[in-house]
Design a protein. Structure first.
Lengths: 325, 228
């Protein structure tokens, strides 16, 4: 099957799914699908760094968590009618999703810029370890931050608002998250075809060759890492809004690993790879999780099969090897 | 004034010194042939000029000290390199290879297509699937897309079929005649170099031993330093 048709089928499935769930009177399935869509968004973020730039980051939970805590901090202060800070200038909380998204993306992008500026000076296993270390550093910081719940996390009582939408109802919130995901996918598609994305892809293969045409691979990667972090941060804000809860677990290395699993399962560098990966992951979690507490064993076996026999991921298995693997 | 001026350049690979004292000049619009037998330091000289290898001495491009710059900054000054062995971006298509390297200026995809019609016909094809000659054309085209003021061609026709070699030499002649681009060219074919180069510098054991006009390169000098 042609990859474009496969992608179109995935979009059609994602659009049709809530309608089917409503018809079946199963609103919980919409919430489950919302979770898949948000995690897919985090995967789209990682796919820019990993798929286009070849940057194996095991610290993307840092940006996911920053997005989550940006939402948690802003919303908790708004709900308590208590400003975040009063001096030297007043900063108040907000329940507005667009504002929260902007703050989450900016905070995650700034963190990615700082982490990237240090970690991108290394490569290979050192890069993996440094990104992992930053993620864990933020994890332990969140645990020891009592003002925002510490180890217990932080609950938000009412989901934040979006102009013109009832975000408390599962279907509109799903539609909102799906729209954000599709915008992120469009951005990824555009980046991959831009001179920047092409140079990033070329630098993945041979940084030395890219330098000889006047391009600094470090800068390319830093920009990609920052954009990647911002998108993952946005996913974190949405994820926190879905659960109305943020906790240090969002920063943990297991979260980084899960985001990477979505990308590898679906297909590294394949546009819809993280979407397919997240949908399969959530489906297995829901379906196998109901059958056995040890469902991760089956997920592990599937992942092993994909890595060994389907290098283009599940998308590659159906649509054939292609793209920029 | 020379666009590229190299004086007393020395470089080493670890403990082994490869260049001892290389000097050469390339003027605006000039084609300089860098000649020498195998292993005499031609490619090492190019690597040193392009900052791919640490070097000592003096190398200035349009007044800028090249030896203080990282590779990408040297390239951004206007040095387009066609490295030995083609080295295209294999996973990208022809069009994507050109777009990835593109900088504003005279050269764009349409002009590249006119210079190398074969590439225009294969713009959607992956670089890895091109023939050796087409990959070489793509390497030249990619360097031109950076809109350089100096194009460095390192063994651009090595190992290619005569027909493809002729196409590449014709393209180099067009570049010289129509654009006034400065070119530093390394090749083993004295006959084809003589047709396009204005001057030549000959290297022997990491030293420049002869520099002069191409027309002054006598059979005796060629026999002594090039073994032909």
């Amino acid at each position: 099957m042609n990859e474009r048709w496969l992608n179109a089928a995935v979009v059609a499935g994602l659009v049709a799914f809530p309608l089917w769930a409503l018809w079946m009177d199963e609103p919980f399935l919409i919430t489950l699908a919302t979770r898949a869509v948000i995690l897919a968004l985090a995967g789209v973020g990682l796919n820019i760094a990993l798929g286009l730039g070849g940057l194996v980051s095991l610290g993307h939970a840092a940006f996911f968590g920053i997005g989550g805590y940006a939402m948690g901090i802003l919303a908790s202060h708004a709900q308590a009618y208590a400003p975040i800070m009063e001096w030297p200038f007043l900063i108040e909380g907000t329940k507005s999703m667009p504002v929260i998204w902007i703050v989450a993306m900016l905070a995650a992008a700034l963190a990615a810029l700082a982490i990237g500026a240090l970690s991108l000076r290394t490569s290979g296993v050192y890069f993996i370890m440094i990104t992992l270390a930053f993620g864990q550093m933020l994890y332990y910081f969140a645990i020891s931050w009592p003002a925002y719940g510490g180890e217990d996390g932080l609950s938000i009582y009412v989901r934040n608002g979006f102009p013109g939408l009832n975000t408390l109802a599962p279907a509109p919130f799903y539609g909102l998250c799906l729209t954000v995901l599709l915008i992120a996918l469009a951005a990824h598609w555009q980046i991959a075809r831009s001179p920047f994305g092409l140079a990033l892809n070329a630098a993945r293969q041979s940084p030395a060759r890219v330098e000889t045409v006047g391009i600094a691979p470090f800068r390319l990667r830093l920009v990609a890492f920052t954009v990647s972090g911002a998108i993952t941060g946005l996913a974190g804000a949405l994820f926190a809004d879905l659960n109305r809860f943020v906790s240090p677990v969002m920063f943990s290395w297991q979260t980084s690993g899960e985001i990477m699993v979505f990308v590898i399962l679906g297909g590294v560098a394949r546009l819809f790879g993280p979407v397919v990966g997240a949908v399969v992951f959530i489906t297995l979690e829901h379906w196998l999780g109901g059958l056995s507490d040890y469902w991760h064993i089956y997920l592990g076996a599937l992942l092993l099969g994909v890595v060994l026999f389907a290098r283009g991921g599940l998308i590659g298995l159906v649509a054939g090897r292609g793209g920029h693997e | 004034m020379s666009l590229l001026s190299v004086q007393g350049l020395s470089a080493r690979y670890g403990a082994a010194q490869a260049l001892f004292d290389v000097s050469l000049e390339v003027a605006q619009g000039e084609v300089l042939a860098l000649m020498g037998r195998n292993g005499m330091g031609k490619t090492t000289t190019v690597k040193a000029i392009c900052r791919m290898l640490p070097a000592r001495g003096m190398a200035r491009f349009d007044g800028h000290d090249l030896l203080r710059l990282p590779v990408h900054r040297a390239a951004r000054l206007g040095i387009g390199l066609v490295p030995e062995g083609r080295r295209c971006f294999a996973p990208l298509t022809v069009a994507e290879n050109l777009l990835a390297a593109a900088r504003p200026g005279h050269w764009n995809a349409a002009r590249i297509g006119a210079l190398f019609p074969r590439l225009a016909e294969r713009k959607g094809q992956r670089a890895a699937s091109l023939s050796g000659g087409e990959q070489q054309m793509l390497a030249v085209a990619r360097a031109l897309m950076t809109n350089p003021r100096l194009l460095i061609l390192d063994e651009a026709t090595e190992g290619l079929a005569p027909l493809i070699r002729a196409e590449i030499w014709a393209a180099i002649a067009r570049l010289k005649g129509e654009t006034g681009l400065s070119i530093l060219v390394i090749d083993k074919s004295l006959r084809e170099l003589s047709a396009v180069a204005d001057r030549a510098t000959i290297l022997e054991r990491g030293r420049s031993v002869w520099t002069g006009k191409m027309t002054a390169l006598s059979d005796d000098i060629a026999a002594e330093h090039l073994g032909v």
